[in-house]
Design a protein around this ligand. Structure first.
Ligand code: NAP
Length: 373
């Protein structure tokens, strides 16, 4: 199978033929339709954080995917070949045609999402879920301050916290104020214009930190006693936490099919929305990485963009399309056809109808077949 690999530390990406993975008894083999780019892909490849984020070279990047189940391990129940699924990886990278993944960390793809949208969800949404609920213990009626609210993780945190009945305050660029208010923030503080600790009138119960550095340090000033400071970016000073009588945790995503399934239901009912900025074919992965690098916060030490300088891309994830668009449409048509229930004797017609509804006019894949049916 084809895969993108990093052969030595750096951002040089090569296309290689590699063996299709075999699966363990508790795994499924997924034919990947789309994957998405995360900062951590670039950080790991660069080697700057090799002490804490080691990789074995050559390395296939990628931590999330959407696709179709191809094979199931002997101990796997609940999935069958052709099921449309999505998830964060549990070992191997996802910039590839097939991924072997533990069945316990995947979930069924929400039927209202395209494969491209679905691939953008698993890492950011689960990081947000665990950050605010598992580690932040956020409850209805509490106030949460989310730093980096318009980013991939932040936007899920805003939506999930708001859905849980919390009062949501976010820091972000001023340009993102309307977007953040539309997804549930009650107050947006422009981090380029104001210091959040000077704007906030009352202390908050939870801070979810997606920025780090000085932003994290100043967060102790706005937390109530007994509150939680959760960072997805860097360790939290335990000395400062004790001094301010709060809990401080740095979290690391532990993917869970159960949590992703709950997020899938929120996506299906429209409570939570995905945000895809750009879709590139896998062959253009180098450009996708360039886009991400330009938007990495300067704190990573990798970015050509200084902290606070204007970004080149608005909010939203960058997705890589691995399978052809035709494969995507055919698979979604099959899902829609199954969801509606096949009417005996009308299978082909129903399938084609589903495909027609999902395919823009110029891309119709069934024009030949439909004239003969
Ligand atoms: N620990 C884990 O398991 C885990 C999992 C996923 C992600 N992460 C980490 O979480 C961080 C966020 O990830 P992401 O995918 O959401 O990144 P992202 O999409 O690039 O979002 C980062 C956001 O932070 C904003 N920002 C930058 N400086 C800020 C500041 N001083 N105050 C407030 N907002 C600021 C940016 O706005 P502008 O572009 O307008 O500056 C951008 O909207 C990354 O460092 C990532 O590596 C950790």
């Amino acid at each position: 199978m084809k895969a993108v690999r990093v052969l030595e530390y750096g951002w040089q990406l090569v296309f290689d033929e590699v063996p299709t993975p075999t699966i363990a008894a508790d795994e499924v083999l997924v034919k990947v339709t789309s994957t998405a780019v995360n900062h951590v892909d670039l950080v790991k490849a660069s080697g700057v954080a090799r002490q804490v984020l080691p990789i074995d070279l050559p390395w296939i990047p990628g931590h999330e995917f959407s696709g179709v189940v191809d094979q199931i391990g002997s101990d796997v129940a609940g999935y069958a070949p052709r099921d449309a699924v999505f998830g964060a990886t549990s070992g191997m990278g996802s910039y590839t045609e097939y991924v072997a993944v533990k069945a316990a960390v995947i979930a069924r793809k929400p039927s209202n999402l395209s494969f491209e949208e679905a691939a953008s969800v698993p890492v950011a949404s689960q990081t947000a879920w665990h950050g605010i609920f598992t580690h932040g213990h956020l409850e209805k009626g509490q106030t949460i301050l989310i730093h980096g609210g318009a980013g991939a993780v932040g936007a899920y945190a805003v939506q999930l916290a708001s859905h849980a009945g919390a009062n949501v305050i976010a820091t972000a660029s001023g340009d993102d104020e309307a977007y953040l208010k539309s997804i549930g923030a009650s107050l947006v503080i422009d981090y380029r214009e104001a210091k959040f600790e000077r704007v906030l009138r009352e202390k908050v119960d939870v801070v979810f930190d997606l920025v780090g550095g000085d932003t994290q340090k100043r967060s102790f000033l706005v937390l109530k006693e007994g509150g939680y400071l959760v960072s997805a970016v860097q360790p939290v000073s335990q000395e400062e936490a004790t001094k301010h009588h709060v809990s401080g945790t740095m979290m690391k995503l532990a993917p869970s099919g159960d949590v992703l399934g709950r997020i899938a239901r929120l996506l299906e009912e429209g409570t939570v929305r995905p945000d895809v900025a750009t879709v590139y074919p896998l062959e253009e992965v180098a450009q996708a990485w360039k886009d991400i690098a330009e938007n990495l916060p300067g704190a990573h030490g990798l970015s050509p963009r200084a902290p606070g300088a204007a970004r080149t891309q608005s909010h939203g994830k960058i997705v890589l399309r691995v399978a052809s668009r035709e494969h995507d449409v055919r698979t979604r048509a099959h899902e829609l056809y199954l969801a509606r229930g096949a009417q005996p004797g009308r299978e082909l017609e129903d399938w084609l109808q589903a495909a027609r509804e999902l395919t823009p006019n110029r891309e119709r894949i069934d024009s030949k077949a439909s004239t003969t049916s």
